[in-house]
Design a protein. Structure first.
Length: 159
């Protein structure tokens, strides 16, 4: 049930008492449908979470390492050593996985030469060339026109 973004947002609104989660808002109709689904699933009892679903548990779940800010777990695509086991077929999940990797290998404002960037990518994939291509094609990592340096978008093109 919590894999669905709208029900997850509605659940977070109730349990965390937040009207907005990561800038995502639900319309009144979306909220009503999501809360009905949560009640039918036995997760909500009216306007309250069922006993045993605590605010602290949900906050830890939503902010666990390897999870995105909205709670969609990435660990199912990673091996125990943190390397990519498989790429998600779902494009949104694939983008989230790639975004997580981009943030692991590059700091904001950091510019890496190709050799250093490749060395960091090897920590996450046996095929670092394909991973590099995915990151660049998704617009999550930028490179200089000659391909000699890599950086996060918004950092500006290095001199």
């Amino acid at each position: 049930m919590l894999l669905n973004e709208k029900t997850r947002i509605a659940f977070a609104e109730v349990v965390l008492e937040e009207a907005e989660r990561e800038g995502k808002r639900l319309s009144a109709l979306e909220r009503s449908k999501a809360r009905s689904a949560l009640m039918n699933a036995g997760v909500l009892d009216g306007a309250e979470p069922v006993p045993g679903v605590s605010r602290d548990y949900l906050q830890r779940f939503l902010r666990r390492p390897g999870h995105t800010a909205d709670g969609a777990g990435l660990e199912r695509f990673l091996r125990k050593d943190g390397r990519i086991d498989r790429y998600p077929a779902n494009q949104e999940q694939r983008r989230l996985l790639l975004l997580w990797i981009a943030k692991q290998v590059l700091a904001p404002g950091e510019v890496l030469d190709e050799r250093t960037f490749n060395a960091r990518l090897v920590q996450y994939s046996d095929d670092h060339v394909m991973l590099r291509r995915y990151l660049v094609d998704a617009g999550l990592v930028e490179r200089t026109p000659e391909g000699s340096a890599y950086f996060l978008p918004g950092s500006g093109t290095p001199a």
